[in-house]
Design a binder for this molecule. Structure first.
Ligand code: SAM
Ligand code: SF4
Length: 335
């Protein structure tokens, strides 16, 4: 029996179908919940996976049953050859036909490349925006780029890629008075808004559960101005979804901390420096970079991936007394 013959299953029976690839740890914003203001310890340039290496790992993962692929970072649009990356990954054949490639981005400069990205095979976009106030945006991201983001969102709307999703991290004392404004903003761009509970992944390790806005509170606030009707099965999707005012518009709440979806997790992550992570919160990584650069075969790569998935823990353990935040901030893991 070959290493490729069985699906990528862990010891809890979870089958892995979704790969997140971080293309760079660099970013043109400095969101407080993700990156420090200064002194970012960048990954060594020579350790960043080349596009050939990314394609090779993705091909091995496709043979192991991965069917969805999301490009992230850092800011994936900062990768100079982003269009080529999308073209090459979208051409990989998986168990359900060509891999479905999507991207999470802050949308800065998206207007300049979106046509090429769509032409290269990009299927969907998630754009991150946490506030509709330019002043707050500048404080929260430490960069005055609100208008550039809105230009990117407009380009995404016009591209016709659907569903277009907007992601907003809910933050106490930062944007917890504008959830309804954010939803109205998203609806005006024909986008599905998803609120995300803030997770302990900031570079400064300052997250506290008491400060987190739980999903329940987000929903209550939205219900003051909108009628929300639950719909759909959550499945392996982290978002609980609601029709807005009877639909067809929808809004989602991703309560990763207060209502974890680890039991249905089907994700595996590859960092920009070639480390495979079986969880956002993993404390260990598998070094595919070294394996690749020391002549490892596709079978060796597949074996290392299988071992990593076999060691996946049941849950993120944020509530465990011994929980330790990962060393890497979100920008270096890939959200
Ligand atoms: N730069 C791109 C962007 O912002 O969309 C892609 C990378 S970013 C790390 C991916 C997603 O992770 C974003 O939607 C961001 O809001 C989210 N994120 C970052 N840090 C987070 C945290 N501590 N808790 C929850 N979500 C976080
Ligand atoms: Fe950059 Fe995205 Fe992190 Fe914000 S969340 S600092 S845009 S990587």
């Amino acid at each position: 029996m070959s290493v490729f013959d069985a699906p990528l299953t862990d010891r809890y029976g979870r089958v892995h179908r979704d790969l997140r690839i971080s293309l760079t740890d660099k970013c043109n914003l400095r969101c407080t919940y993700c990156m420090p203001a200064e002194g970012v310890p960048w990954l060594a340039k020579q350790n960043i996976l080349t596009t050939d290496e990314i394609e090779r790992i993705a091909r091995v993962l496709a043979r192991l049953g991965i069917v969805e692929l999301r490009l992230t970072g850092g800011e994936p649009l900062l990768r100079p050859d982003i269009v080529d990356v999308v073209r090459r990954l979208s051409a990989i054949e998986g168990a359900e036909g060509l891999l479905r490639v999507s991207m999470t981005t802050n949308a800065i400069r998206l207007d300049r490349v979106i046509d090429d990205l769509v032409g290269a095979g990009l299927e969907r976009l998630n754009i991150s925006l946490d506030t509709v106030s330019p002043e707050r945006f500048a404080e929260l991201t430490r960069r005055d780029r609100f208008d550039d983001v809105v230009t990117g969102i407009r380009a995404a709307q016009q591209s016709g890629l659907r569903p277009l999703k907007l992601n907003a991290v809910a933050m106490r004392g930062v944007n917890d008075d504008e959830f309804c404004d954010l939803l109205r903003f998203a609806l005006s761009f024909d986008a599905e808004l998803r609120f995300i509970e803030q997770m302990p992944l900031d570079a400064g390790h300052t997250w506290s559960r008491a400060q987190m806005v739980p999903g329940e509170e987000i929903r209550e606030q939205l219900e003051r101005e909108f009628t929300l009707t639950p719909f759909g099965e959550r499945g392996s999707s982290p978002a609980e979804e609601f029709l807005v005012d009877g639909g067809p518009a929808t809004v989602g709440v991703i309560a990763s901390v207060s209502a974890p979806f680890c039991g249905a997790c089907d994700r595996v992550r590859l960092t920009a420096d070639g480390q495979l992570r079986n969880c956002l919160f993993a404390r260990t990584e598998s070094d595919l970079l070294t394996l690749l650069r020391t002549g490892g075969s596709d079978e060796d790569i597949a074996m290392m991936i299988r071992r990593s998935i076999a060691g996946k823990l049941a849950g993120h353990g944020i509530d465990d007394p011994g929980f330790l935040q990962p060393e890497r901030p979100m920008s270096a893991i890939g959200g």
